[in-house]
Design a protein around this ligand. Sequence first.
Ligand SMILES: [Zn+2]
Length: 567
Amino acid sequence: MKLVIVIFAVSMVFLCAFIGMWTIEASYTGEFANSVFSSAALQNKTVMVFVPHEDDELNVAGVTIKNLRDNNIRTICVFSTNGDCYPAEARISEARESLHILGVPDDDIYFLGYADGPASQKYYDKYTAPNDEILISPKTGKNATYCVLGKRDFSTQFRAAPSTYSRNCFKRDVQDIILRFKPDIIFANDFDKHLNHRENTLLFEEVMGDILRIPGNNYHPEVFKGFAYSTAYTAVADFYAPNILSTQKPDKTELNNPIYDTDIPQYEWDKRVRLPSNKTCLTRLLEGNTLFAALKVHRSQDTLKRSPRIINGDEVFWQRDTNSLTYQGTIVVSSGNGNKLNDFKLVDVMDLHPRNVGFANYLWVPSLADKQKMVKVIWQKQQTIDKVVFYGNIEEDSRIEGGVVELSNGFQVQVPELNSAGRATVLNIPPQKNIDWLKFTIKKWRGERPGLAELEIYGGESEPELFNLVKITINDDFAYDYWVKDDVKQVALGIYKFGNVGNCELKIIKGKGHLSGNTLFLDSNYVIVKAEAANNVFDQITIRRQTLWAFWKLKLRQSLERKKLKL
Ligand SMILES: [Zn+2]
């Protein structure tokens, strides 16, 4: 009898431990919130996500799409290719299913219907192919846009005829879909290792430049570029941590050129725009995570395996301003190709093919024999000017080392040596009114090819930012429902800001503790901290002390899930 009782007691202990293991909170249950996606500034706005492949919507902007749709912000997703290196039926249905999970209705999903993979037998890609060359997909044998499963490609839907596969038709379709919806915000992929990603971003930027230069254009969307690979698909697989980690700076081995922060030399890591995650995409196990559910749907790509890389505590972008006055000015140069100065492209290539591609043909370079070496931007309408931005050479051997800006009112200012890696050199000047022209003359340089990739000029009324964000960070990670060990007495908080956000105040709104500067001293196990700025911009996080047992249980559950999903 005694033995039976002992066995019973021992099994009960094991059973309780077993059940306890499974009752660990995998979701983020703390009280956290952020105002950025529910702000008045975003109401009635339209957003477009423009990507090459079915699954890049998640690589580039998955969580952001969910955040936008949760707040009823119209989000149009455009895929430029049918991903048809795999069966198009699979790709198209996966993309639709994945976007339905994120809340995008079928009517807001568009397929331009171009070919995946190489453009033709003769031309590797449509970016470097001649404008009107008809391209025949080596994979499908098709030479015109199409869609499947009852969906029509964009051209067939709106022009009642498909578009021929050519560089020109692709650009026309991209321009038409942008101007049809005139989205207030555009998220698009940027340059990485993948052929279609490269041609997609370069042609998108070319089209943006064309739109911004249309005479009298007054459409200035906020453009955010993101990387499908280095900050998502090939990012570090760091999902399984006690607290979700933010997107990490790309690993050097994942970049085209390891000497830069990202695949676009001009993009500095510290200048990235970070948008927060979504309540349903914050979990400590993948099962139950909405982004994971959307990733799982891309069966043909086995994207599930990429989840620990793609799911992060933030989504990162680089903003490209579309308000520069150079787009509506006439550009006159003393020599060289002045069209490069306002084409919206920071980089360009002669050959898209090589893995470690070298950027070329992206600069306005005056000839060395040119005595003037100047560019003049002339406007029909007088302008106010308070800022000039120069993007110089990416390569180190040539550089503009000094120059002078002159305005039509006689104002003059010296330009210092431009920043390395082609990064923006910003010249702020006291506002100058009624300006007819601006002239920049290169006075000092080194190397054979000193030049400018872009020249941007700003002034006058600036349009209000649509994303105004404050976010509390811990160890520079965006914090939401943050676990610390139960012996922790203080936590150093940071604050990330983007947009028109002024001073920001931290305060404890629940639990016991106090703040000294940005250091939080904990006197209870559950503390809610709020960061508040003007105009209802706020962030709120929960910090919870957890026992070692809770951390241990989580670790065990996570490693079991990892085994089960073969990650
Ligand atoms: Zn892709």
